[in-house]
Design a protein around this ligand. Sequence first.
Ligand code: FAD
Ligand code: FES
Ligand code: MG
Length: 286
Amino acid sequence: MNRILKKTQLSDDVFQLRVAAPLIAAERKPGQFVILQLDSDFGERIPLTIADADAEEGSITLIFQVVGKTTHRLADLHEGDCIVNLLGPLGQPTHIAKFGTVVAVGGGIGVAPLYPITRALRQAGNRIIIIMGARTQRLLILEREMRALADEFILCTDDGSCGRKALVTEPLKELCARVPKPDLVVAIGPPVMMKFCAETTRPFGVPIVVSLNTIMVDGTGMCGGCRVTVGGATRFVCVDGPEFDGHQVDFDNMMQRLSAYKKLEDHAHDQCHLEQEIKRQQEAAS
Ligand code: FAD
Ligand code: FES
Ligand code: MG
């Protein structure tokens, strides 16, 4: 069983779990993810990136933000509890090579999937410039770990509570205008951030890789839930991705598909809160 070995809270709504999963830990490569399920019968399946792994201990690390019902329920688990189903490693590993100067751009929880990729790119001998962004200081995660990987580190917050008061695209544009320009940009964060990072790099001819966070169900290329259009062709993020050439991705179509179940997701989250409140009151009364 996939037992939770350690649970850490990284910020208000971001948690880190170290989970026993020896086979996945032995096989996984940077850029890959797992799909987990909390109830084997009715629980929905959600993808989470493998942020780190320890093959010797037989464990993987997951870092997730509580945004809805399933992540809320995952955050309620304790050390010693088990995750019923954990499938992986899934997806294509990141193409790691010596590119030269790589700019790694992470927005919000996107820093979690960016971390193992940046580490592997550094180990491959690249010069690493990191741009990390969040809405506000308390939402920043893995700052210490990311700083340790960077030859140059730029921190941005939307409200100026920490680092530069700017969107990540502002320093990204300055870096693209440098001579010599960066050899590669890797951007992971909210779809709108990745879209504008792609638009920022396009006029400079700087290649950009993005990691797409589409809705997934089976994770094996059969349900079509994660369908995206890349360079005019249909691709499945779970088997062809999650990383793609950012200049080729139809982000508008992807964002439209992501919001398709918004009402149902909000309803499920409200129900989850209500059930927890009833349980709390029943426990208090007994
Ligand atoms: P809901 O309220 O159900 O949904 C909130 C939003 O999450 C939705 O509007 C939609 O945009 C997205 N979402 C909902 N259901 C799914 C689903 N089945 N699959 C994918 N997205 C969904 N999040 C992290 O915090 N950490 C990670 O490391 C991480 N890695 C990811 C890697 C991949 C390859 C993908 C595709 C997504 C990743 N995500 C990650 C996003 C994470 O899967 C969603 O936040 C999670 O599914 C939300 O579930 P929920 O029930 O709590 O929220
Ligand atoms: Fe079903 Fe990709 S998640 S096809
Ligand atoms: Mg959900």
